[in-house]
Design a protein around this ligand. Sequence first.
Ligand SMILES: Cc1cc2nc3c(=O)[nH]c(=O)nc-3n(C[C@H](O)[C@H](O)[C@H](O)COP(=O)(O)OP(=O)(O)OC[C@H]3O[C@@H](n4cnc5c(N)ncnc54)[C@H](O)[C@@H]3O)c2cc1C
Length: 285
Amino acid sequence: METSPAAERLTSRFVAGSTLEREVAVCQKLNAAGYWATLDHLGESVTSLAEAEQSRDAYLAALDQIAQLNLEATVSVKLTQLGLDFSDAACRSNMECLVSRAKSIGRMVEVDMESSAYVDRTLTVVSDLHSRYAAVRAVVQAYLYRSEGDIHNLCKLSIPVRLCKGAYREGSDVAFARKKDVDDNYARLMFQLFDRGTYPAIATHDERILERAIGYIRERRITADRFEFQMLYGVRRDVQRRLVSEGYRLRLYVPYGDAWYPYFMRRLAERPANVLFLARNLLKS
Ligand SMILES: Cc1cc2nc3c(=O)[nH]c(=O)nc-3n(C[C@H](O)[C@H](O)[C@H](O)COP(=O)(O)OP(=O)(O)OC[C@H]3O[C@@H](n4cnc5c(N)ncnc54)[C@H](O)[C@@H]3O)c2cc1C
């Protein structure tokens, strides 16, 4: 399924394609239209260290293309993809390779946050790399109770943060279950990032939160070069266009590669209407 051309047609709304070439073409087009990008080579939870090295090499190739074509782009990486489940040391060494290359070309590595079991290990790796290279961005999920403390520590260390709501199934022992509580916490953490954070990235498609963000920055005269919005490729393109036309920086998270299944399923699960969209395309093809 993951490698079939028919599937590629269905997933193309959310996934740039299966190859780096396709990804780069999409990013060039986005850059030309005023969007920034972050490249995500799909493939979380690798099954061996050899696969983790392949992932690292795929990202090195992506960074080479970013440098060669001067793309306005970062890369987004999951630590499980770089071998965290097998060896902490190997994962760190893979990450170090990517972050040092990113720094040498004036770009950064954004470290996606996975399920709650990985948060401590991920933030430790990010802090270590930040202290040596300063070319990394951490991700914090507003649905976790612990996130206020994490934001506090990351701000103290001047580590840039991407704030998202959180995409994994978590228990009520670690995460808010009600959407309203997640949204309220998101707004609270976002204001803290605007007040004390280093170049925060506000990653959401939620129009009510975006309105509150814009209200807050206007009130406090925070200029548009001190933060960025981030959204997923293919999601709420109307809102994406509006933000860019209003002069805000917007970076799109653009996934590519064969291993699209878990990513695609998370996007479908977030919004039942996407299943209808998928069904319509299935019928068409
Ligand atoms: C740039 C970026 C990076 C991310 N990185 C991570 C990460 O590292 N770790 C992590 O756990 N999560 C990550 N996420 C996912 C995030 O946690 C949410 O699951 C996702 O963004 C949906 O939340 P929302 O803020 O858009 O709000 P929601 O309340 O879920 O959605 C608000 C509105 O946005 C629209 N919308 C949202 N999702 C979709 C969709 N899939 N299809 C169509 N419309 C949709 C709908 O109109 C919806 O009403 C990231 C999200 C973004 C934008």
